[in-house]
Write a protein that binds this ligand. Structure first.
Ligand code: ADP
Length: 232
């Protein structure tokens, strides 16, 4: 079954730049999909449209049964509860511990303390950080901070995890640790993962589905794809 359907989507920004042209995609539940392409190819724009940070100027986007572009602003929370987001720059709260950063994502939706404790510890175990629960973000390496951000993104059991260049600030070794964590989450929790990246080594090693964008156009969508040098 498809978790995401993108139909004839165009995104033209107010300054006249078209970032995405006539895009069609169907992404099955449980998939792990890389979105690749050179700088300015439209990767971030696509990710942003999936969580309604941006709206398409044409076409339709369905995520988990919700018609994303048509959602009223006050209903966007329904979409946001279906997904978690991880950014390149972690975006942790510096004055909260690792535990508190992850728990915060559950507190804001009104979860009970016992459930919070159980799920936060499970999420931190899934990212292999159970030994750092009382540390503050500035006491962690970049790779560890990104793993906290991943724990925060999955703690409410979203169906979809969106990652925009999650390894962009990390060296190859730390990047592979992040990829192992994401792969385990995809396998053990069944979370659908969409990850924008321009890291060729990662894409070639992981052998996942690959959506290649070039200048806003879909070049191809491959199963067990590799980094398409021709296209990028
Ligand atoms: P990528 O993530 O692949 O680097 P983006 O989606 O960020 O690509 O950008 C695609 C195109 O859209 C680029 O030409 C970029 O300059 C343009 N763009 C991105 N965001 C905006 C914006 N908020 N306003 C105007 N143009 C934008």
């Amino acid at each position: 079954m498809d978790l995401i359907r993108v139909r004839n989507v165009e995104k033209k920004y107010k300054n006249g730049v078209t970032a995405i042209y006539d895009l069609n995609l169907a992404i099955e539940k449980g998939s792990f999909v890389f979105v690749i392409g050179g700088s300015g190819s439209g990767k971030s724009t696509l990710i942003k449209m999936l969580y309604r940070e941006e709206k398409p100027t044409k076409g339709q986007i369905i995520v988990g049964g919700l018609d994303v572009a048509k959602l009223k602003n006050k209903k966007v929370y329904k979409l946001r509860r279906k997904l978690g987001i991880v950014f390149q720059d972690y975006r942790l709260l510096p004055k909260l511990t690792v535990y508190e950063n992850v728990a915060f994502a559950m507190e804001v939706i009104g979860a009970k303390k016992d459930e919070i404790r159980q799920k936060v510890l499970k999420a931190l175990e899934d990212v292999d950080l159970k030994n750092k629960v009382h540390n503050y973000p500035d006491q962690l390496s970049g790779g560890e901070q990104q793993r906290v951000a991943i724990a925060r993104a999955i703690v409410n059991d979203p169906k979809l995890l969106l990652c925009d260049e999650p390894t962009g600030n990390l060296d190859p070794e730390k990047s592979m640790e992040i990829m192992k964590v994401l792969n385990d989450i995809n396998k053990s929790r069944g979370t659908t993962i969409i990850m924008a990246t321009h890291d060729k080594e990662i894409v070639n090693k992981m052998k996942k589905q690959v959506v290649t964008l070039k200048d806003g156009h879909l070049v191809n969508f491959k199963q067990k794809g590799t980094y398409d040098n021709e296209a990028v």
